[in-house]
Design a protein around this ligand. Structure first.
Ligand code: PLP
Length: 406
């Protein structure tokens, strides 16, 4: 019996629902008490508007917010914590780059490269940037195992390419992108800026931003045990400094005169208004929790669960599993059962206490290429164990009996 990596008792929601098999962590993760307590502690002992007051309480809030940024920087291998911009999540981070860097640098005749594997958050901002600027959107197709076709990427990237937006890990099928190869290939052919969607990578793999040699990287806290509403954009200093602000208001300015402004230094230039300090503190607590588990152990645990789940699910009649083999995926098992709509399947599984995702996973370009409107997706994380796999397989067998009887 494969035990969970993190005790289920650390997660109040799971502890309160012993019959629940939560297999939807790719959508959002459950939160440990350590994170909930850190948020409570911020409001109970340090609540003041950061950067605004000369009094000790405000200084404490400011210090906690800065410590949170330093914790993120350490976790994702960024030496210069000023290069970590807090956002609401991956979606806002991508919109920030598209609006700020994109509007300032992309024009008609340029090309923007995305892949068919992207979540809408890393597809639509670039599609809309192309429409607004007259640039051309080029879409890299996939291999039969739904990994990014690197030969296609090689063919598509040229000196006209201004930006390559690519996912580190697919949310829909779990495929892990070999980023080092992508960077090598793009750099050899273009001066393009490389933007990476790390929403499904940072929770599951060690991510060394500085060593990757990319330009921008985005992720969302809520997928790595942290609260919703906090995430990060990481960028290279020279790029962030060259970019115009994304939003205007308090904190992001240096001086405001009647007819003009000067901007604050990074990261503040991109953090207009009162920051989400409490959730940044929650994110730091989640990172410390994951660091204590060890990201190599997190990865190994997910692969072990995935391999067991995949072997048993594949043995069921009429199953199609999407994506490359488990060793090349994060903890995502995306599949369909012949003649059963994924939504019906998810509803029946819910009656067995098994929470899975059914739908297009905000990846409609990929679904179209798979020739389906939706898949069923089970995703594993640190609090899952082999009983969750047993429950998934048992519930799938029950669903098959129901549909066979129809
Ligand atoms: N990119 C990927 C790969 C995702 O899985 C998600 C969320 O599901 C996002 C981007 C968007 O993240 P958020 O909704 O937290 O901004």
């Amino acid at each position: 019996m494969l035990a969970s990596l993190a005790p289920r008792s650390d997660f109040p929601l799971l502890a309160a629902n012993p019959g629940m098999h939560y297999l939807d962590s790719a959508a959002t993760s459950q939160k440990p008490a350590a994170v909930l307590n850190a948020i409570h502690e911020f409001y109970a002992t340090a609540n003041a508007n950061p950067h605004r007051g000369a009094y000790a309480l405000s200084a404490r809030a400011t210090d906690l917010y800065h410590d949170a940024r330093a914790t993120v920087a350490r976790f994702v291998g960024v030496a210069d914590s000023d290069c970590v911009v807090f956002t609401r999540g991956t979606t806002e981070a991508m919109n920030l780059v598209a609006s700020s860097w994109g509007r300032a640098n992309v024009q008609a005749g340029d090309e923007i490269v995305v892949t068919a594997l992207e979540h809408h958050a890393n597809f639509v901002p670039w599609q809309q940037l192309a429409i607004a600027t007259g640039a051309t959107l080029r879409i890299v197709e996939l291999t039969p195992q739904q990994t990014i076709d690197l030969e296609q990427l090689r063919a598509v990237v040229t000196t006209r390419t201004k930006l390559v937006a690519i996912t580190h890990v697919s949310n829909a099928v779990g495929a892990i992108t070999p980023l080092a190869e992508v960077v090598h290939l793009v750099r050899a052919r273009s001066a393009a800026v490389i933007v990476v969607d790390g929403a499904q990578a940072v929770p599951h793999l060690p991510v060394p931003f500085d060593a990757l040699g990319i330009d921008f990287y985005a992720f969302s806290g809520h997928k790595l045990l942290a609260p919703m509403g906090i995430g990060c954009l990481i960028g290279r200093r020279a790029l962030l400094e060259s970019m115009p602000p994304y939003q205007f208001g308090g904190d992001m300015i240096e001086w405001v005169r009647d007819t003009e402004c000067t901007w604050n230094v990074i990261p503040h230039k991109f953090e207009a208004g009162t920051p989400n300090a409490a959730d940044a503190v929650g994110l730091a607590a989640a990172i410390r929790y994951l660091e204590a588990l060890g990201m190599a152990n997190v990865r190994a645990h997910e692969v072990a669960l995935l391999e067991r789940a995949e072997e048993r699910v594949r043995a069921l009649p009429g199953v199609t599993v999407y994506g490359p083999p488990p060793a090349q995926r994060s903890g995502v098992l995306s599949f369909s059962l012949a003649d059963v709509h994924p939504h019906d399947l998810a509803t029946i599984l819910d009656q067995h206490g098994v929470c899975i995702r059914a739908g297009h996973h905000c990846a409609q370009p990929l679904m179209r290429r798979l020739g389906v409107s939706a898949t069923a997706r089970a995703s594993f994380y640190v609090y899952n164990d082999e009983r969750d796999v047993d429950a998934l397989v048992g519930a799938l067998e029950a669903a098959q009996r129901i549909f066979a009887a129809d």
